[in-house]
Design a protein around this ligand. Structure first.
Ligand code: GLU
Length: 308
């Protein structure tokens, strides 16, 4: 079942109107001081379709910190650099634990479950950083994202990166633990400095929806990776993209997505659309509360769930 373009404009504005009136908006992430200061009363949505249209509503033009949504780009970049060798250092299973958990790392001898939990993302960034410098890698990653979005204005918010460097004790713990198992090749400070900057990339919903088009695999969408690779990244987004809320998101929305603690979610409707939603308040899993609710509504009204 698909939706005619005319309906999509109506659907996104209806959803934005409904989200504007919600009282329970979740709680803004407070462990990164720069993010704690963001106004929770914001909501944006953007949908990019293969016919070149972009449907937007609410605060779709307001830039936000993409945080863990950046892990999708780091993964695509790492698979492009080292291919399946990445899987020697990171798994492809969901963890069922919080984004920053250290628990399984001890049991599983320093091999993180997947590239979207923090430990796995740190290893992924370390893999592509090895043999390069943070500046070179961040430049290349930004070029990849700018090309995907066709927008050269996308940048890193230095204040957010610094804020996380100053407070990222858990990520430092994860990095040193990985290093003790021989699964971190660069110095922890270098890998984490790069990882924090990658997470501090800013985009609006409009930019993020455009930057996600390469994962849709449809004629009219940019093809930056092979169809097979896009399929695999989507599979990981479906099973691991929302941490221990991945089952909840798959059950309610039925589409691959990747969330970030900045309140953004990139969602792919394979063959149909790239969607970005943003609202800074988070649910109990650390995923955008209204973003998840909005995607639930969008999937329902469009019939875009991959499960029919
Ligand atoms: N930079 C954040 C961290 O590492 C990303 C977490 C997230 O967005 O889920 O803690």
């Amino acid at each position: 079942m698909g939706k005619r373009s005319a309906d999509l404009g109506q659907i996104v504005s209806d959803i934005a109107a409904q989200m504007r009136d919600q009282e329970d908006r979740g709680a803004v992430a407070n462990y990164i001081p720069e993010l704690a200061a963001i106004d929770p009363n914001q909501f944006g949505i953007a949908v990019a379709t293969p016919d070149g249209k972009l449907y937007t509503a609410g605060d779709a033009g307001v830039p936000f910190s993409i945080q863990s949504v950046s892990k999708v780009y780091a993964l695509a970049f790492a698979l492009g650099s080292v291919g399946d060798q990445l899987w020697q250092r990171v798994g492809v299973e969901s963890s069922g634990l919080a984004f920053d958990s250290i628990l399984l790392l001890e049991q599983e001898k320093g091999k993180p479950r997947n590239p979207f939990i923090n430990a796995g993302a740190i290893v992924t960034t370390d893999t592509i950083l090895h043999g390069s410098s943070p500046k070179e890698l961040l430049g290349a990653l930004l070029r990849f994202i700018r090309e995907a979005a066709d927008d050269n204005s996308i940048h890193i918010n230095e204040a957010v990166a610094k804020s996380e460097i100053a407070t990222g004790n858990r990520n430092f713990a994860l990095a040193y633990y990985l290093r003790s198992h021989g699964n971190l090749l660069c110095a922890p400070e270098l890998t984490l400095g790069t990882y924090f900057h990658q997470c501090a990339i800013e985009m609006s919903c409009a930019q993020l929806a455009l930057a996600g088009r390469f994962l849709v695999s449809a004629e009219g969408m940019p093809q930056l990776v092979s169809h097979e690779r896009a399929r695999r990244i989507n599979a990981l987004m479906m099973t691991c993209g929302h941490y221990n809320g991945s089952g909840d998101f798959a059950y309610r929305v039925g589409l691959p997505g990747k969330s970030g603690v900045g309140g953004g979610i990139l969602v792919i409707a394979p063959g149909r659309a790239s969607i970005a939603v943003w609202s800074p308040g988070l649910n109990q899993f650390g995923n955008s509360k209204l973003g998840t609710d909005a995607m639930h509504l969008l999937a329902k009204r469009t019939g875009w769930s991959v499960f029919g």
